[in-house]
Design a protein around this ligand. Structure first.
Ligand SMILES: Cc1cc2nc3c(=O)[nH]c(=O)nc-3n(C[C@H](O)[C@H](O)[C@H](O)COP(=O)(O)OP(=O)(O)OC[C@H]3O[C@@H](n4cnc5c(N)ncnc54)[C@H](O)[C@@H]3O)c2cc1C
Length: 427
């Protein structure tokens, strides 16, 4: 008889664990408390009846090899729009546009940094690209800003260049972010070769990308997905693990992967939940009566809103209007502001840069207060690995010890690591 595995939590970590266990011949049950799989990668109905809106813009880069591998297995790579060449336009407050590309020339002529800073940034990129894991790990005790200053970066280049990558990737500003997590993502993005830094955007609403494919994949391998199944208690036994569910049902399996957010884990299995804090992300979805810009994505220089995504271009939405999505990471300061205020602030910054007649006709602001764990210095020792002290019980989730901040790539890696450990121990 096939050995049984239960995975609790249907985000990317749980899905990746469940798929690998199913591939290895385990009979897998994937439990998810919500109606749909996907976890933090989700969308919600547009109150005006348009296509579903994403809870927040999700970006991958080509260096996210495990995430892209999972999408390939689920046959959903087509839902990504992958940049054929890196193109990152920065738009200054006066509307000036300068694009960073794969060519070193674009750095050396980047007008928003002084000539000296351009050289210093170029030198730092080369240096970070060559860093080893052994050099990166001890940096967890420092902030990314302090570390960047140590390697010759000025406050101006941190604010006008590095922050635009660190803040969205770590969901903390450089002066609050762990230097080791920053170095890890910067090394992957900038050190593996130009191809690996290209952006991948989601064309489809996030909720439609992989949830159904994952359920189908598991069913084909003899497994099943149970949604609206909320784990309330975890009981490790000698040779098995029992999960109690809301409603009174209990499920026993040979192995169990707990792929829950760490705050939910604290409710059902406190001994493994770390005291990590959270950091919020806001997203302002704005609809204009006519196109504001034909740029697909752009950074707004000297602005609290770092990146803007042109959903009309990315998703190929019909005109005559235009939908822009403003992503506000590390949004602790704005998390409780009224939506009108947030939308108006984004609108002012856009109008300052793009001087056409476009009029904001409506907006929706989405908020994820617990979007990610707070990737502060000193968090590395708090993040447990996949193994627990109980035989057959494993942990997964973007918050576990992946070496990455809370990202989709980290989530997939954590799920795969848990499945690997289960396979090794269960042999
Ligand atoms: C707005 C926003 C923007 C982001 N942007 C990016 C980005 O651009 N690039 C990037 O790489 N990452 C981004 N992230 C981070 C990324 O989405 C997450 O790190 C990743 O999806 C987390 O996956 P996970 O499986 O670890 O956890 P989750 O996705 O949180 O999955 C955990 C699942 O467990 C379920 N669950 C909870 N309690 C129970 C229970 N008791 N019983 C059963 N199930 C339960 C939850 O419902 C959830 O489905 C963003 C996140 C947000 C919120």
């Amino acid at each position: 008889m096939a050995r049984t595995a239960v995975v609790a939590g249907g985000g990317l970590a749980g899905i990746a664990a469940a798929m690998d266990l199913a591939d290895a011949g385990w009979k897998v049950t994937l439990l998810e408390s919500k109606k749909h799989l996907g976890g933090m990668v989700s969308s919600f109905p547009d109150p005006a009846g348009g296509p579903d809106l994403d809870n927040g813009e999700h970006i991958a880069i080509e260096a996210c090899t495990e995430l892209l591998g999972l999408f390939q297995k689920l046959d959903c790579l087509g839902s990504l729009k992958r940049q054929p060449r890196l193109r990152l336009p920065f738009v200054g407050p006066d509307g000036r546009v300068a694009e960073l590309t794969e060519s070193a020339w674009s750095f050396l002529t980047f007008p928003f940094l002084s000539l000296g800073d351009r050289w210093r940034v170029a030198r730092a990129i080369r240096r970070i690209g060559k860093m080893t894991d052994a050099e990166i790990a001890p940096l967890d005790n420092f902030s990314a800003a302090d570390w960047l200053e140590d390697i010759g970066q000025t406050p101006e280049s941190i604010a006008r260049f590095w922050e635009y990558f660190i803040s969205p990737a770590l969901n903390e500003p450089a002066n609050r972010a762990s230097a080791s997590l920053a170095a890890r993502v910067l090394r992957d993005a900038m050190g593996l070769g130009p191809k690996f830094s290209r952006f991948c955007f989601f064309r489809a609403p996030l909720g439609n990308v992989f949830a159904n494919g994952a359920a189908g994949y598991l069913a084909n391998k003899g497994g099943e997905v149970k949604t609206l199944a909320s784990v309330t208690k975890v009981k490790p036994g000698k040779n098995s693990v029992t999960l109690e569910l809301a409603g009174g049902e209990a499920l026993t399996a040979d192995v169990c992967v707990l792929a829950l957010p760490h705050a939910d884990l604290a409710e059902v299995f406190p001994e493994s939940a770390p005291p990590l804090e959270h950091s919020p992300i806001l997203n302002a979805h704005l609809w204009y009566d006519r196109p504001v810009t034909d740029l697909e994505v752009f950074a707004m220089l000297d602005c609290r809103v770092h990146w803007v995504f042109n959903r009309s271009v990315i998703a190929g939405l019909p005109g005559p209007g235009q939908q822009l999505s403003c992503s506000i990471s590390a949004a602790r300061d704005w998390a409780h502001h009224p939506s009108e205020e947030i939308a108006a602030a984004c609108d002012v910054e856009l109008k300052r840069r793009f001087k056409g007649d476009a009029r904001l006709v409506r907006f929706v602001v989405s908020r994820e207060h617990r979007a990610t764990f707070s990737a502060r210095p000193g968090t590395a020792p708090m993040r447990p690995g996949a193994r627990t002290r109980h035989r057959g019980l494993y942990l997964a989730g973007a918050w576990t010890d992946t070496g990455y901040p809370a990202t989709m790539e980290g989530a997939v890696r954590s799920g795969r690591a848990a499945a690997r450990e289960a396979g090794i121990e269960g042999r």
